[in-house]
Design a binder for this molecule. Structure first.
Ligand code: ZN
Length: 512
């Protein structure tokens, strides 16, 4: 196939060139004036932009992709994605431990086929849970050895690095020396470390010391470090983007390889319990937390802490329920609205809702300042990520980033608001994440690279998903090639599942 006459980005951050691209098999065969080359099909890309396929360095889509009915990944392909990195946040927020087994997850993905390529991370929180449970204790040398073995196994099985979620139980119970030790194992394989930092606000050690923790791991384990979904969460740290930037840039000046990724929204998504319940009340897992929520003495201690945590989030009017299984009519409602209708304080409403939902409530949290979001956005070390999940169309009221992240970065922040040059925005979602993760032959549009290619109409690119009506596919992606095959053709999604599971150590895993 030959893609003719498009504005071609190579993924390096360089501006486009007007040229042709030939695809043969799963690779890019040639770039240049190809009007004399014969082809089975010619795609006229006049007026369209041709880019390396987009790479999402932080997504929770892994939980969806392992299900046969979601494996086709339509909401991801509609955003121009061709590769996703799964198992972020140390497995944060997830109840199980099943993502520890990288080979098993790979088998599940390949058994029914996936629409996009998948790169895996070893999730620290799940590793810790498997070895120690959800206890608030330091790891013994023996427990640390068991964790080392699990991380080593994951890396041998092709993972790209270690993710942690030190904000979440049980990652919150790990001190940083534990992560440094596991980071050294990752370093044996050339992997990276990416962390949902311990504190994006002032919950525990504070935002800046939490960034310093990532730098410490990167420095001492001698591996790349990523501050994932970088942000300054809540009024108490608004304006701190400058200080975070200063830390990352100073580390780089000192020779420590530091990066960040960011989703282009001013709201985050997390669990209601993670956001508001103190960690001591969550030690021992969900059942223990539910016991505490019904215990008068525990509640007396907890109530003022929940109150403070609400303040950290900017108040009940900045928290929106995303998933609430006992009563889906509350999904999309603000905590302040529910509290008002029930005639109870936001704190007591929180306690009541958590008991009703047996602890599992997803929330969208409006907690960022525009100037902080924008200040990170055009940094050369910042990748675009979604932090989204892959859910059945119509289920719950998820964060719109699930459907809109990458088109939004292009349409709003580059084209409309002019904050980031288009070539830089494209680089942040192609060549940069490929470089940071050491992905072989992907992320760039050059001869002999894999033919992961996204072709879009800049005038039409739009994220359709909103905070109240998120279940809407993005627009503007005309063609998406995954390993040389068209998964989106003339803006029509095709369920061809040509994605591979990428292998840090060698040949990628292909569905048989
Ligand atoms: Zn996270």
């Amino acid at each position: 196939m030959i893609i003719e006459n498009g504005f071609v980005f190579d993924g390096t951050g360089a501006p486009w060139t007007k040229t042709d691209v030939a695809v043969k098999g799963d690779r890019i065969k040639a770039i240049g004036n190809l009007k004399d080359m014969s082809a089975e099909r010619r795609i006229d890309a006049t007026g369209l932009y041709v880019s390396p396929g987009f790479i999402d360095p932080h997504t929770h889509a892994g939980d969806g992709l392992v299900k046969a009915e979601l494996g086709g990944a339509e909401p991801l392909l509609a955003q121009g994605l061709t590769t996703v990195v799964v198992n972020p946040d140390g497995g944060g927020g997830s109840a199980g431990t099943d993502t520890v087994n990288i080979a098993d997850q790979r088998q599940k993905l390949l058994s029914h086929g996936v629409g996009v390529n998948v790169a895996q991370l070893v999730p620290h929180g799940m590793v810790r849970r498997l070895v120690m449970g959800d206890v608030d204790e330091h790891a013994s040398e023996e427990q640390l050895d068991k964790m080392r073995e699990l991380v080593r196994k994951g890396m041998q099985d092709g993972a790209f690095g270690l993710s942690s979620g030190l904000f979440y139980v049980p990652g919150s119970f790990a001190d940083i020396s534990e992560i440094v030790e596991l980071g050294k194992v990752v370093g044996e394989f050339g992997g990276l470390y990416t962390s949902h930092i311990r504190d994006e606000s002032d919950y525990s050690i504070g935002l800046i010391p939490s960034v310093d923790e990532v730098i410490k791991v990167a420095r001492e384990a001698k591996i790349p470090g990523v501050v994932t979904h970088v942000k300054a969460l809540g009024p108490r740290v608004w304006g701190f983007s400058e200080a975070v930037t200063q830390r990352i840039e100073q580390a780089r000046a000192d020779g420590v390889e530091m990066w960040a990724d960011q989703y282009p929204y001013e709201a985050s998504k997390t669990g209601l319990s993670s956001a508001l319940i103190p960690r001591w009340a969550m030690a021992g897992g969900t059942s223990k937390m539910l016991e505490n929520l019904k215990d008068t003495a525990a509640l007396d201690k907890m109530r003022p802490e929940i109150e403070t945590n609400l303040e950290r989030r900017g108040g009940a009017e900045r928290i929106q329920l995303a998933n609430f299984s006992p009563d889906t009519s509350l999904e999309g409602k603000l905590l302040s609205e529910i509290s008002e209708s029930r005639g109870k304080s936001p704190v007591d409403t929180t306690i009541e809702l958590l008991i009703e939902a047996k602890g599992q409530i997803g929330i969208v949290s409006f907690n960022m300042l525009t100037s902080d979001v924008v200040s990170f956005m055009n940094k050369p070390w910042r990748m675009t990520s979604s932090d989204g999940d892959l859910v059945p169309m119509g289920e719950g009221v998820p964060h719109p980033r699930v459907y809109g992240t990458f088109p939004r970065m292009i349409a709003k922040y580059s084209r409309d608001d002019n904050l980031v040059p288009l070539a830089t925005a494209i680089h942040s979602m192609t060549g940069l994440p490929a470089t940071v993760h050491r992905m072989k032959d992907r992320g760039f549009l050059m001869t002999n690279m894999y033919a992961d290619i996204t072709i879009f109409d800049l005038k039409e690119v739009k994220d359709m998903a909103t905070f109240t009506e998120p279940h809407q596919l993005a627009k503007g992606m005309k063609y998406v090639f995954v390993n040389g095959k068209l998964a989106v053709d003339e803006a029509n999604y095709k369920d061809i599942r040509k994605g591979r599971v990428l292998n840090r150590n060698g040949e990628d895993f292909v569905r048989e």
